[in-house]
Design a protein around this ligand. Structure first.
Ligand code: E4P
Length: 227
C-alpha cells in the first residue's frame, strides 16, 4: 500500500493522458476537447483502403495536437525501421507503433536514437515492458482486455509495470490499452498509468450515467411545472 502511495505521489504532476483508440474522424472530432491523442492499429486501419491511410492520419493530426500512434505492418527489423521512418514523416505528432518482438524492440532502439517517438504495442508481460523501456520507447502498451480474456489480470500488469519503471527510473510512459470497461479505466488511473487509450464506446460510458439522465429529466419536468 505504502509503495502504491509513493508511486502515486511521484506521478502527482503528470495527469493521465487520454487517447481515443479509433481512426474515425467524426468520433475523433466529437471528443477532441478531452482527448490528448489517438491510437490506431492495423485492424482499426483495415476499414480504410491502404492508399487512404496517410491522408487519414494527416487529417487526424489536424484535429488532435498530441501523439497519434500509427503501427508498422512490417515484421522484420530493417523493414520496420524503414516503415517507421516513413510513418514518422506523415506528421510531426505521429508516434510509431511497434510490436514487443525482438525485431520490434531493435527497431524501437534505432528509431529512438533518431528522436522518433515510439509506442511498443502488444505488451503482455513486465519483461517485455522492461525491454521496451531499455530500448528507449516513449510509450509501452500493456493490453489489459486481451490478458483478461485469457485468464490473466490485465490491470495487475499495468500496476507492476508502473512500479518497475518507477523503481528503475525509466521515463517510458505506461499506456493502458485494450480497455473493455470502466473498471479498466478506473483501475489504470488508480495504479498510476501515464496514459490510457479507449474505444469511443468506452469513452462514452465515462460520461454517461443513468442518474445524470434521470436528474436532467426531473429538472426539465420541474421547469415545465412552473410555466
Ligand atoms: C492499443 O493501442 C490497441 O490499438 C488497442 O487498445 C487494442 O484493443 P483490443 O484488444 O480491444 O483490440
Amino acid at each position: 500500500m505504502i509503495w502504491r502511495i509513493v508511486v502515486a505521489l511521484s506521478l502527482w504532476n503528470e495527469a493521465m493522458e487520454l487517447f481515443l483508440d479509433a481512426a474515425e474522424l467524426d468520433e475523433i472530432t466529437r471528443y477532441k476537447d478531452f482527448i490528448d491523442g489517438v491510437t490506431t492499429n492495423p485492424s482499426i486501419m483495415s476499414k480504410y483502403k491502404l492508399s487512404e491511410h496517410d491522408s487519414l492520419i494527416k487529417e487526424i493530426c489536424k484535429v488532435v495536437a498530441g501523439p497519434v500512434s500509427v503501427e508498422v505492418i512490417s515484421q522484420k527489423y530493417d523493414d520496420m525501421v524503414r516503415e517507421g521512418q516513413k510513418i514518422s514523416k506523415i506528421c510531426a505528432n505521429v508516434c510509431v507503433k511497434l510490436p514487443c518482438t525482438l525485431d520490434g524492440l531493435r527497431a524501437c532502439r534505432a528509431l529512438s536514437i533518431k528522436g522518433i517517438p515510439t509506442n511498443l504495442t502488444l505488451c503482455f508481460s513486465s519483461a517485455q515492458a522492461l525491454l521496451a523501456a531499455k530500448c528507449g520507447a516513449t510509450y509501452v502498451s500493456p493490453f489489459i482486455g486481451r490478458l483478461d480474456d485469457n485468464g490473466y489480470d490485465g490491470t495487475l500488469l499495468v500496476e507492476e509495470i508502473v512500479e518497475i519503471f518507477y523503481a528503475q527510473g525509466y521515463e517510458t510512459k505506461v499506456l493502458a490499452a485494450s480497455v473493455r470497461n470502466l473498471q479498466h479505466v478506473i483501475q489504470s488511473a488508480l495504479v498510476g498509468a501515464s496514459a490510457i487509450t479507449m474505444p469511443p464506446m468506452i469513452l462514452k460510458q465515462c460520461f454517461q450515467h443513468h442518474l445524470t439522465t434521470l436528474g436532467l429529466e426531473r429538472f426539465a419536468e420541474d421547469v415545465q411545472k412552473n410555466k
